[in-house]
Design a protein around this ligand. Structure first.
Ligand code: HEC
Length: 241
Protein backbone atom coordinates (compact mmCIF):
# COMPACT_ATOMS: atom_id res chain seq x y z
CA UNK A 1 0.00 0.00 0.00
CA UNK A 2 2.82 2.33 0.95
CA UNK A 3 4.49 1.61 -2.37
CA UNK A 4 1.28 2.27 -4.26
CA UNK A 5 0.86 5.65 -2.55
CA UNK A 6 4.46 6.50 -3.36
CA UNK A 7 3.96 5.53 -7.01
CA UNK A 8 0.83 7.68 -7.28
CA UNK A 9 2.62 10.57 -5.62
CA UNK A 10 5.61 10.28 -7.96
CA UNK A 11 3.32 10.07 -10.98
CA UNK A 12 1.39 13.19 -9.96
CA UNK A 13 4.65 15.00 -9.29
CA UNK A 14 6.04 14.07 -12.70
CA UNK A 15 2.91 15.16 -14.58
CA UNK A 16 2.70 18.48 -12.78
CA UNK A 17 6.41 18.97 -13.35
CA UNK A 18 5.95 18.70 -17.12
CA UNK A 19 3.14 21.26 -17.02
CA UNK A 20 5.33 23.50 -14.89
CA UNK A 21 7.94 23.43 -17.68
CA UNK A 22 5.85 25.96 -19.62
CA UNK A 23 6.47 29.70 -19.25
CA UNK A 24 4.25 31.47 -16.71
CA UNK A 25 0.78 32.20 -18.04
CA UNK A 26 0.88 29.58 -20.83
CA UNK A 27 -1.83 27.00 -20.32
CA UNK A 28 -1.35 23.33 -21.10
CA UNK A 29 -3.70 22.58 -24.03
CA UNK A 30 -5.87 19.50 -24.10
CA UNK A 31 -5.06 17.55 -27.25
CA UNK A 32 -6.91 14.56 -28.60
CA UNK A 33 -4.41 12.42 -30.48
CA UNK A 34 -6.33 10.10 -32.78
CA UNK A 35 -4.08 7.80 -34.74
CA UNK A 36 -7.02 5.89 -36.16
CA UNK A 37 -8.14 8.94 -38.17
CA UNK A 38 -6.29 8.27 -41.42
CA UNK A 39 -7.65 11.34 -43.22
CA UNK A 40 -6.45 13.63 -40.48
CA UNK A 41 -3.04 11.94 -40.55
CA UNK A 42 -2.90 12.36 -44.34
CA UNK A 43 -3.61 16.09 -44.06
CA UNK A 44 -0.97 16.37 -41.33
CA UNK A 45 1.51 14.54 -43.58
CA UNK A 46 0.77 16.94 -46.44
CA UNK A 47 1.46 19.96 -44.23
CA UNK A 48 4.63 18.37 -42.93
CA UNK A 49 5.97 17.49 -46.38
CA UNK A 50 5.01 20.83 -47.94
CA UNK A 51 6.11 23.16 -45.17
CA UNK A 52 8.67 21.45 -42.97
CA UNK A 53 10.82 19.20 -45.17
CA UNK A 54 12.39 22.17 -46.89
CA UNK A 55 14.55 22.60 -43.78
CA UNK A 56 14.00 19.60 -41.48
CA UNK A 57 14.61 15.93 -42.20
CA UNK A 58 12.78 12.93 -40.86
CA UNK A 59 15.60 10.54 -41.53
CA UNK A 60 13.93 7.51 -39.94
CA UNK A 61 10.73 7.73 -41.96
CA UNK A 62 10.39 6.29 -45.45
CA UNK A 63 7.80 7.65 -47.86
CA UNK A 64 6.46 4.21 -48.78
CA UNK A 65 6.15 3.16 -45.14
CA UNK A 66 4.14 6.30 -44.42
CA UNK A 67 1.97 5.77 -47.52
CA UNK A 68 1.21 2.19 -46.49
CA UNK A 69 0.40 3.09 -42.88
CA UNK A 70 -1.80 6.05 -43.80
CA UNK A 71 -3.58 4.39 -46.71
CA UNK A 72 -2.11 6.62 -49.46
CA UNK A 73 -1.81 4.90 -52.86
CA UNK A 74 1.42 5.11 -54.80
CA UNK A 75 0.00 7.38 -57.48
CA UNK A 76 -1.13 10.10 -55.06
CA UNK A 77 2.14 9.69 -53.19
CA UNK A 78 4.07 10.37 -56.40
CA UNK A 79 1.75 13.16 -57.57
CA UNK A 80 1.26 15.06 -54.33
CA UNK A 81 3.94 14.25 -51.83
CA UNK A 82 7.24 13.45 -53.51
CA UNK A 83 9.03 16.74 -54.04
CA UNK A 84 12.45 16.19 -52.59
CA UNK A 85 13.04 12.79 -54.22
CA UNK A 86 11.43 10.58 -56.85
CA UNK A 87 12.06 7.28 -55.08
CA UNK A 88 9.20 6.04 -52.89
CA UNK A 89 11.62 3.98 -50.79
CA UNK A 90 13.68 7.02 -49.76
CA UNK A 91 13.79 8.41 -46.24
CA UNK A 92 12.48 11.95 -45.75
CA UNK A 93 15.52 14.14 -46.26
CA UNK A 94 15.46 17.90 -46.05
CA UNK A 95 15.57 19.83 -49.31
CA UNK A 96 18.12 22.23 -47.84
CA UNK A 97 21.54 20.80 -46.94
CA UNK A 98 22.19 21.07 -43.19
CA UNK A 99 25.34 23.21 -43.68
CA UNK A 100 23.41 25.80 -45.70
CA UNK A 101 20.62 25.86 -43.13
CA UNK A 102 23.16 26.42 -40.37
CA UNK A 103 24.58 29.34 -42.31
CA UNK A 104 21.13 30.85 -42.84
CA UNK A 105 19.63 30.35 -39.40
CA UNK A 106 22.68 30.05 -37.17
CA UNK A 107 21.42 26.65 -36.00
CA UNK A 108 20.86 23.51 -38.04
CA UNK A 109 17.17 22.54 -38.04
CA UNK A 110 16.98 19.30 -36.00
CA UNK A 111 15.65 16.03 -37.39
CA UNK A 112 11.95 15.76 -36.56
CA UNK A 113 11.31 11.98 -36.74
CA UNK A 114 10.97 11.53 -32.99
CA UNK A 115 10.37 15.12 -31.89
CA UNK A 116 6.88 14.19 -30.64
CA UNK A 117 8.53 11.86 -28.14
CA UNK A 118 11.16 14.30 -26.94
CA UNK A 119 8.91 17.38 -26.75
CA UNK A 120 5.44 15.88 -26.37
CA UNK A 121 2.36 16.72 -28.48
CA UNK A 122 1.14 19.55 -26.22
CA UNK A 123 4.45 21.39 -26.47
CA UNK A 124 4.47 20.99 -30.27
CA UNK A 125 0.96 22.38 -30.47
CA UNK A 126 1.90 25.39 -28.34
CA UNK A 127 5.06 25.86 -30.41
CA UNK A 128 3.27 25.84 -33.78
CA UNK A 129 0.48 28.13 -32.55
CA UNK A 130 2.83 30.29 -30.48
CA UNK A 131 4.88 32.29 -32.99
CA UNK A 132 4.50 36.01 -32.49
CA UNK A 133 5.91 39.13 -34.02
CA UNK A 134 8.41 41.14 -32.03
CA UNK A 135 9.73 44.12 -33.95
CA UNK A 136 11.18 42.84 -37.19
CA UNK A 137 11.60 39.21 -36.09
CA UNK A 138 9.63 36.18 -34.96
CA UNK A 139 9.66 34.98 -31.41
CA UNK A 140 7.93 31.99 -29.87
CA UNK A 141 6.07 31.71 -26.60
CA UNK A 142 7.49 28.27 -25.64
CA UNK A 143 10.86 28.66 -27.41
CA UNK A 144 12.24 32.14 -26.64
CA UNK A 145 14.45 33.63 -29.38
CA UNK A 146 13.86 30.66 -31.66
CA UNK A 147 15.90 30.64 -34.88
CA UNK A 148 13.04 29.16 -36.92
CA UNK A 149 10.84 31.63 -38.82
CA UNK A 150 7.05 31.22 -38.63
CA UNK A 151 6.68 29.14 -41.78
CA UNK A 152 2.87 28.98 -41.57
CA UNK A 153 2.33 32.71 -41.08
CA UNK A 154 0.30 32.93 -44.28
CA UNK A 155 -2.22 30.58 -42.70
CA UNK A 156 -2.20 32.00 -39.20
CA UNK A 157 -1.42 35.64 -39.90
CA UNK A 158 0.57 37.72 -37.47
CA UNK A 159 -0.02 37.97 -33.76
CA UNK A 160 1.53 39.90 -30.93
CA UNK A 161 2.01 38.62 -27.38
CA UNK A 162 0.49 40.66 -24.57
CA UNK A 163 2.25 40.25 -21.21
CA UNK A 164 0.97 41.20 -17.81
CA UNK A 165 3.36 42.73 -15.27
CA UNK A 166 3.07 40.93 -11.96
CA UNK A 167 3.42 42.50 -8.50
CA UNK A 168 7.03 41.39 -8.21
CA UNK A 169 7.84 43.06 -11.53
CA UNK A 170 8.08 39.83 -13.51
CA UNK A 171 6.19 39.47 -16.77
CA UNK A 172 3.63 36.81 -17.40
CA UNK A 173 2.08 35.88 -20.74
CA UNK A 174 -1.56 36.88 -20.93
CA UNK A 175 -2.89 36.43 -24.46
CA UNK A 176 -2.20 36.88 -28.17
CA UNK A 177 -3.58 39.76 -30.15
CA UNK A 178 -4.12 39.49 -33.91
CA UNK A 179 -2.06 42.07 -35.81
CA UNK A 180 -2.85 40.82 -39.31
CA UNK A 181 -5.25 37.97 -40.01
CA UNK A 182 -4.06 35.04 -42.13
CA UNK A 183 -5.88 32.99 -44.75
CA UNK A 184 -7.36 30.70 -42.08
CA UNK A 185 -9.71 31.43 -39.20
CA UNK A 186 -8.31 30.69 -35.74
CA UNK A 187 -10.28 27.44 -35.42
CA UNK A 188 -9.14 26.28 -38.86
CA UNK A 189 -5.51 27.01 -38.08
CA UNK A 190 -5.69 25.28 -34.69
CA UNK A 191 -7.27 22.24 -36.35
CA UNK A 192 -4.55 22.13 -39.02
CA UNK A 193 -1.91 22.21 -36.27
CA UNK A 194 -3.66 19.42 -34.34
CA UNK A 195 -3.50 17.32 -37.53
CA UNK A 196 0.17 18.18 -38.05
CA UNK A 197 0.91 17.19 -34.43
CA UNK A 198 -1.14 14.02 -34.90
CA UNK A 199 1.12 13.16 -37.82
CA UNK A 200 4.27 13.95 -35.81
CA UNK A 201 3.06 11.59 -33.05
CA UNK A 202 2.48 8.85 -35.63
CA UNK A 203 5.95 9.44 -37.10
CA UNK A 204 7.58 9.19 -33.66
CA UNK A 205 6.24 5.67 -33.31
CA UNK A 206 4.76 4.19 -36.51
CA UNK A 207 4.54 0.78 -34.82
CA UNK A 208 1.78 2.18 -32.64
CA UNK A 209 -0.67 1.81 -35.52
CA UNK A 210 0.28 -1.85 -35.91
CA UNK A 211 -0.06 -2.29 -32.15
CA UNK A 212 -3.59 -0.86 -32.22
CA UNK A 213 -4.53 -3.31 -34.95
CA UNK A 214 -3.07 -6.24 -33.03
CA UNK A 215 -4.84 -4.98 -29.90
CA UNK A 216 -8.20 -5.21 -31.63
CA UNK A 217 -7.53 -8.79 -32.76
CA UNK A 218 -6.47 -9.74 -29.26
CA UNK A 219 -9.71 -8.32 -27.83
CA UNK A 220 -11.81 -10.20 -30.41
CA UNK A 221 -9.91 -13.39 -29.58
CA UNK A 222 -10.43 -12.87 -25.84
CA UNK A 223 -14.14 -12.22 -26.44
CA UNK A 224 -14.57 -15.50 -28.30
CA UNK A 225 -12.44 -17.30 -25.74
CA UNK A 226 -14.72 -15.98 -22.99
CA UNK A 227 -17.78 -17.59 -24.60
CA UNK A 228 -16.07 -20.99 -24.70
CA UNK A 229 -14.83 -20.63 -21.15
CA UNK A 230 -18.33 -19.81 -20.00
CA UNK A 231 -19.80 -22.80 -21.83
CA UNK A 232 -17.16 -25.07 -20.33
CA UNK A 233 -17.86 -23.71 -16.87
CA UNK A 234 -21.55 -24.44 -17.30
CA UNK A 235 -20.74 -27.97 -18.40
CA UNK A 236 -18.59 -28.61 -15.28
CA UNK A 237 -21.08 -27.17 -12.84
CA UNK A 238 -23.94 -29.16 -14.33
CA UNK A 239 -22.29 -32.31 -13.05
CA UNK A 240 -21.80 -30.88 -9.57
CA UNK A 241 -25.41 -29.89 -8.97
C1 HEC B 1 13.10 27.79 -43.04
C2 HEC B 1 13.57 26.62 -42.39
C3 HEC B 1 12.58 25.90 -41.49
C4 HEC B 1 11.35 25.41 -41.84
C5 HEC B 1 10.68 25.46 -43.19
C6 HEC B 1 10.82 24.76 -40.65
N1 HEC B 1 11.70 24.87 -39.62
FE1 HEC B 1 11.48 24.09 -37.76
N2 HEC B 1 13.29 24.81 -37.21
C7 HEC B 1 14.14 25.53 -38.03
C8 HEC B 1 15.33 25.90 -37.28
C9 HEC B 1 16.52 26.68 -37.81
C10 HEC B 1 15.16 25.37 -35.97
C11 HEC B 1 16.12 25.47 -34.79
C12 HEC B 1 15.61 26.56 -33.89
C13 HEC B 1 16.55 26.90 -32.75
O1 HEC B 1 17.26 26.00 -32.24
O2 HEC B 1 16.54 28.08 -32.34
C14 HEC B 1 13.86 24.70 -35.96
C15 HEC B 1 13.30 24.08 -34.84
C16 HEC B 1 12.11 23.38 -34.85
C17 HEC B 1 11.57 22.67 -33.71
C18 HEC B 1 12.19 22.57 -32.33
C19 HEC B 1 12.88 21.27 -32.22
C20 HEC B 1 13.50 21.08 -30.86
O3 HEC B 1 13.13 20.09 -30.22
O4 HEC B 1 14.31 21.92 -30.45
C21 HEC B 1 10.39 22.11 -34.11
C22 HEC B 1 9.45 21.26 -33.29
C23 HEC B 1 10.19 22.48 -35.49
N3 HEC B 1 11.26 23.25 -35.91
C24 HEC B 1 9.09 22.11 -36.23
C25 HEC B 1 8.87 22.50 -37.53
C26 HEC B 1 7.67 22.16 -38.26
C27 HEC B 1 6.53 21.31 -37.72
C28 HEC B 1 7.79 22.73 -39.49
C29 HEC B 1 6.79 22.72 -40.61
C30 HEC B 1 5.49 23.28 -40.32
C31 HEC B 1 9.08 23.44 -39.52
N4 HEC B 1 9.69 23.28 -38.30
C32 HEC B 1 9.58 24.14 -40.61
C33 HEC B 1 13.93 25.85 -39.36
C34 HEC B 1 12.79 25.54 -40.09
Amino acid sequence: MKRLCLAILLYTASTTASAAGLPAGVKQPHLEIDLSDKESLQRGARTFINYCLSCHSAAYMRYNRMAKDLGIDEESLRDNLLFVTDKVGDVMKAAMPAEDAKLWFGTAPPDLTVVARSRGPEWLYLYMTGFYREGSRWNNIVFPNVAMPHVLYEWQGEQRAVFETMEDGSKQFDHFEVVRPGSMKKEEYDAAIRELVNFLVYMGEPARLVRYRIGVYVLIFLGIFLIFTYLLKREYWKQLH
